[in-house]
Design a protein around this ligand. Structure first.
Ligand SMILES: Cc1cc2nc3c(=O)[nH]c(=O)nc-3n(C[C@H](O)[C@H](O)[C@H](O)COP(=O)(O)O)c2cc1C
Length: 377
């Protein structure tokens, strides 16, 4: 019977799904027996990284996959249907659960609330054959995994990530995002990313907090005091080398529609939960893919010509390393490795704050209900 399914238990676990900058671009409506309506939103209007809302759509896919895994604990199967008439930027999904004798508890359930982002250095021991096989199986059938593991490959990836970080930190269009998404002096944050999870030392965090106080300060520090150097060494170069491998999840073809991105998000979450299940760590590095698409589609992301030229060079190099068609079909990238789990992490809004009433227009699934969500690279 659908009434036997505890929907709140499913949602309470599912809210641990990852989202860019912990935006949690979803609200839940309990719509009846075995029926949840997920009201999604994206942040394309104010976040330069949420190009066409696709980053938010990946997150929504991760959420749906997590709901399906959570439902398996109750022996229930899940069917999600996207409403075709929902406005652009506000996707809506009807998600229905039903008892299913075929469904066994998914082995990934225990990893749902342990999965997190490790932005600090990881161990450099290589992944074992078994670990790689488990991760490749988790990405299949929708994606294959491209690994970059050798020292020289990791160094090249680290340098590229550092270049992209310079791009992000020197473009005024990204400044409001960087200013808003960090919770300072915090080990945990329910709706942002705590500064202690960023991977920088205390002094650098203090400097970043001061500098991010205004765009004028950012510009002054960048121009006269090499303001991006310390953060890039600590957040990109060192961690980029200190890991087992960089990976790219490559779909069969370039994702185009919202459904492609949602499907990709489901695969990303299975891959990431498998990383956790294996006792490994992961950090995404998704902004290079976003810059690559801006450039491929000849869309401007910054008014600063120098910044644009730097990004163009880095994207070109990435295309040479991966192959242009592989880069185009890549849905997610990052680094993985062994080592301790992060001591600081993002938490989540409590379930009550994520629940909305169906036809109540004063409770839309709107970003303004929480903070203004934004995204960092
Ligand atoms: C689509 C997507 C893109 C992301 N991009 C990045 C990224 O480029 N760099 C990064 O450090 N974390 C990135 N993250 C991780 C989020 O910041 C993180 O999932 C969120 O803050 C919640 O924290 P948690 O995963 O530790 O629970 C991304 C997550 C998603 C789902």
């Amino acid at each position: 019977m659908p009434s036997d399914i505890d929907l709140r238990a499913i949602l309470d676990l599912a809210r641990w799904a990852p989202s860019g900058d912990n935006t949690q671009p979803w609200r839940f409506e309990l719509a009846g027996q075995g029926h949840v309506v997920v009201h999604g939103f994206d942040t394309r209007e104010h976040c330069v990284y949420d190009l066409d809302g696709h980053a938010s759509e990946l997150s929504l896919g991760a959420l749906l996959e997590t709901m399906a895994i959570a439902a398996s604990a109750q022996g229930a199967s899940m069917q999600a249907t996207r409403r075709a008439d929902a406005p652009v930027g506000r996707p809506v999904f009807d998600v229905r659960f039903a008892p299913d004798a075929q469904v066994r508890p998914d082995a990934l359930i225990a990893s749902i609330d342990k999965r997190s982002v490790q932005r600090r250095p990881m161990a450099t021991r290589r992944l074992t054959v078994q670990e790689k096989q488990a991760l490749e199986a988790a990405a299949a059938p929708h994606c294959r995994v491209v690994w970059r593991e050798d020292f020289s490959q990791r160094l090249e990836s680290a340098r590229l990530l550092s270049t992209f970080a310079k791009v992000r930190l020197t473009m005024p269009e990204a400044y409001p995002t960087h200013r808003d998404i960090i919770e300072w002096d915090a080990r945990f944050s329910i709706d942002r990313v705590p500064d202690q999870a960023l991977g920088v030392d205390r002094m650098t965090a203090k400097m970043m907090r001061f500098v991010l106080g205004s765009w004028e300060r950012v510009r002054f520090f960048n121009r006269w005091l090499a303001g991006t150097v310390a953060p890039r060494i600590q957040m990109d170069l060192i961690p980029g080398l200190a890991c087992a491998a960089h990976f790219a999840l490559v779909a069969k073809q370039e994702p185009v529609t919202i459904d492609d991105y949602v499907a990709a998000g489901r695969t990303v979450q299975r891959f990431w939960l498998t990383v956790t299940q294996l006792g490994l760590n992961l950090q995404p590095a998704v902004t290079p893919l976003i810059f690559a698409r801006y450039l491929r589609e000849r869309r401007a992301f910054t008014a600063q010509p120098g910044v644009s030229a730097e990004a163009t060079r880095a994207v070109k190099r990435m295309g040479e390393l991966l192959g242009a068609s592989t880069l185009q079909a890549t849905v997610f990238m990052g680094r993985v490795g062994a080592g301790p789990a992060p001591a600081s992490r993002s938490l989540r809004l409590p379930l009550q704050r994520l629940e909305v009433q169906g036809n109540n227009p004063t409770q839309p699934a709107a970003p303004s209900l929480a903070r203004e969500p934004t995204r960092v690279g």
